[in-house]
Design a protein around this ligand. Structure first.
Ligand SMILES: C[S@@+](CC[C@H](N)C(=O)[O-])C[C@H]1O[C@@H](n2cnc3c(N)ncnc32)[C@H](O)[C@@H]1O
Length: 139
């Protein structure tokens, strides 16, 4: 959440798990969508949203494979996935995201992207990437 300070708009959490990041980001004012393929985690997050009174305009949890989803409407993307996914994800995000997008990668960085900032260390290290700067670095 520190890396998202000063940001606003739509946020996609790719693999939202129990929803913790979506709940934190929606409290900070983002319109969040959590993509999750695990039905149990999805049910947990949806139930928690209902019980804690988080409106669907602020946080929605969808049972969708993010690889098969167009992410072009999101100007903030967070991902805590696996090292082997990051190269393919980099390619997808570079194709789809708007120039003003910020991408936050938890624990596993994008292999060939210059980062804008980081927080934490070790297993808790998190990287932020500005898509416009990443695109420029590839020119
Ligand atoms: C390491 S967990 C992160 C959970 C949560 N974001 C967190 O920070 O605690 C990764 C999650 O991604 C989900 N996931 C993996 N591939 C996915 C896909 N293609 N589409 C949607 N969710 C996916 C997994 O089911 C898992 O819950």
């Amino acid at each position: 959440m520190k890396l998202l300070e000063g940001r606003t708009g739509c946020l996609a959490d790719l693999g939202s798990g129990d929803g913790r990041l979506v709940f934190a980001a929606s409290s900070a004012g983002f319109q969040c969508t959590g993509f999750e393929i695990n039905s149990i985690l999805l049910a947990y997050a949806r139930t928690k949203a209902r019980w804690t009174g988080v409106p669907s305009s602020q946080a929605t949890f969808v049972k969708k494979d993010f690889w098969k989803t167009d992410l072009s409407k999101y100007n903030n993307v967070t991902a805590f996935l696996a090292p082997g996914a990051m190269e393919a994800l980099a390619e997808k995000l570079l194709k789809e995201l708007p120039d003003d997008a910020l991408v936050v990668a938890c624990r596993f960085p994008f292999p060939n992207w210059p980062h804008q900032s980081t927080v934490g260390s070790g297993l808790d290290k998190t990287w932020a990437y500005n898509i416009k700067s990443v695109r420029k670095s590839k020119d």
